[in-house]
Design a protein around this ligand. Sequence first.
Ligand SMILES: NC(=O)c1ccc[n+]([C@@H]2O[C@H](COP(=O)([O-])OP(=O)(O)OC[C@H]3O[C@@H](n4cnc5c(N)ncnc54)[C@H](O)[C@@H]3O)[C@@H](O)[C@H]2O)c1
Length: 421
Amino acid sequence: MSGDSLLDRALVRLEEAAGHLQIDQDVIEKLKYPRETTKTRLLIRMDDGSRKSFQAWRCRYDDTRGPTKGGIRFHPHSTMEEVETLAFWMTFKCAVMNLPYGGGKGAVQVDPHSLSKSELERLSRAYVQAFASTIGPDRDIPAPDVYTNAMIMGWMADEYSQITGQVSPAVITGKPISLGGSLGRNDATARGGFYLVRNLASELGLDRDHTVAIQGFGNAGQYYARLAASDRNTVIAVSDSAGAIYRPGGLDVEALIAGKSSGRRLIDMAADQGAHAIDAEELLSVEADLLVPAALEDMITADNAARIKAKVILELANGPVTPGADKILNDHGVVVLPDILANAGGVTVSYFEWVQNRQGFYWDLEEIHSRLLKIVEREGRAVWSIAKERGVSVRSAAYIHALDRLATAIEAHGTQSFFAG
Ligand SMILES: NC(=O)c1ccc[n+]([C@@H]2O[C@H](COP(=O)([O-])OP(=O)(O)OC[C@H]3O[C@@H](n4cnc5c(N)ncnc54)[C@H](O)[C@@H]3O)[C@@H](O)[C@H]2O)c1
């Protein structure tokens, strides 16, 4: 665990948490490595008749607490190590929320924007053909991640049903509503984070009308902006991959969302909003009470952490703060609400989708929201109490909470597998 890869850095959190619990070394040994990672190349026919192949992976990191669960990412820079790290985080995220799942993740190394819609469909179906015996409603349940969406999940569910000869909507979550998707999945990640902040607001020192800066204006970022604005918070800065805009008096969130859906970049909307276009990096250091990273990993590092002025960071993205940055933020009194808790609303509503598919009875939106609220408040409070009682960061507390559950489950499974091989 001495290296500096993404997975090494993720494992630092495991070691830290283990130091606070009386845990058998066997448990740590089991959680240090993925259970299985399958790598393959997907060969598809392109529209011009040529054939092209793409590297693809599926990792089932740990299934002690239930079938593995985690999204599929389509990204040109995806690597096996990234997939395994994301699967590790999913293992802990499901445990923090007490969902009956282990952690998994998948990816295809592709720039999906370079494919036509029919090429994208062939690639999505090829993924399921390749991993048909890995995934399954009781084995491994994918979902959307960066650059994948409900349409892709619909194609994948359909392909799986054709292969197995059965309608199996519970094999995948994040599907279109017409194919068994759940109400409330679209904004679930942002909503979970929003409920967490609202519930802990007085402990965090955030007033009702606090100011917010959001890095990344995709699914998670846009929905967070909308929820925050509707609760009288003021969204003062937002960024996408092209740059950031800042208006101390507040931005018109709905106009920005409408502009993004018609393909405009945020910086092109600065003038309409009376906002300044600023460098993407500058967004991190604006005078906002709450900073919401909602883009990609490793955005807040030891190089820029000291410039952050926010009191609280809500990690809607996975892994946006490096361990080096964590230390600086901690020293500066910035509270980080960690990804495995802050963005777990998405997997929680995915869990609701799976439950509804299996029972064949569908809930209304009010029921989804109230069940999500209950789980976020229960686990958020539990994590906060651990942080206060033990005098540790909220991140360490979330890992301690999750590791305790994982260790109990690993021990409950018994030791037979230790002797089998
Ligand atoms: N969508 C979910 O349900 C969900 C659930 C859990 C975690 N997450 C995590 O949230 C993050 C965002 O996911 P998403 O679904 O919103 O993705 P998305 O693709 O919809 O949006 C990503 C956004 O980040 C922006 N971006 C990329 N690079 C940037 C940079 N350098 N600076 C500023 N902005 C940049 C993009 O322009 C885009 O606006 C990821 O880390 C993902 O793993 C998402």
